[in-house]
Write a protein that binds this ligand. Structure first.
Ligand SMILES: [Zn+2]
Length: 264
């Protein structure tokens, strides 16, 4: 619980109060360092002209008022992420692999996540507050059952302390289920945003398939592929690739985007 609160406060502090260095905040640098120990930079209008042009077209179309920061970092993993700070990060491997249409789908997906930011923060806060509330309730009800004379004894303190610690673990584990459900819903929503912004569902489907192929290629062929267990799915922040592709195909039929020609 305390780690969760500390993380949220630290993110808020970095996002709002720590001055930026070369336009990238320390919080963003910390997020980049989790992904690479190589170089990183802000995309700039000179050397990344086509990328910026595509990005500007999409974020304006999405209705975002301020231009989000676009950070490029060197890595051999094809990856795109959006950060709490409202910036989007792209790896060099992703930029090398994707065509313009595929890149548009990636950017549009991440831009939609930025539009979801407020709701994501609200759910994070709600989750932490609920965890504190429910854990306190467990602590209080255990304390009530302990003989008043024993409450201040080592045994009493140990019992109440253990129930608080264990209670927090259990409550968090339980509340993670709706939180992950919300995150999976956000993924579907971001895919929908990508389809609507680019009008090119095929590019998004290609991205999903390519990422899956790349991911499989990184797995050791000698280790047997484990099926998705019920628990795995329950605690996953992303729907499966198959689910996402089926969702995009359904959207394509509904939105009648057979002959799209916006970004190719
Ligand atoms: Zn996403």
């Amino acid at each position: 619980m305390f780690i969760g609160i500390y993380d949220s406060l630290r993110s808020a502090y970095y996002a709002f109060f720590v001055p930026t260095e070369k336009g990238i905040t320390p919080h963003e640098v910390a997020a980049i360092k989790e992904r690479t120990d190589k170089s990183f930079r802000l995309a700039d209008a000179e050397s990344d002209r086509d990328l910026i042009k595509l990005f500007t077209h999409l974020y304006k179309k999405a209705g975002l008022i301020r231009q989000p920061k676009l950070i490029i970092y060197e890595s051999n993993k094809p990856n795109a992420t959006c950060l709490h700070t409202g910036s989007i990060m792209l790896s060099t491997e992703l930029l090398d692999r994707q065509t313009k249409a595929e890149l548009a789908a990636t950017l549009a997906h991440e831009i939609t996540h930025l539009a979801q930011k407020k709701a994501i923060h609200a759910v994070d806060i709600l989750q932490e507050v609920s965890i504190i509330g429910l854990t306190t309730l467990i602590g209080v009800s255990v304390a009530k059952r302990v003989n008043p004379k024993e409450r201040a004894s080592t045994k009493g303190i140990l019992l109440i302390g253990t129930s608080l610690a264990l209670g927090e673990r259990i409550v968090r584990r339980l509340l993670d289920i709706p939180a992950f459900m919300f995150q999976r819903a956000c993924e579907f929503d971001a895919d929908r945003g990508a389809v609507i912004l680019t009008e090119n569902p095929e590019a998004l489907i290609t991205n999903l398939q390519n990422y899956d192929t790349w991911y499989q290629s990184t797995q050791n062929p000698d280790t047997p592929v484990k099926g998705q267990t019920f628990l795995n799915r329950l605690y996953s922040n992303h729907p499966t690739t198959q689910e996402r592709i089926a969702h995009v195909q359904q959207l394509k039929r509904r939105l009648k985007m057979e002959n799209s020609k916006i970004i190719r």
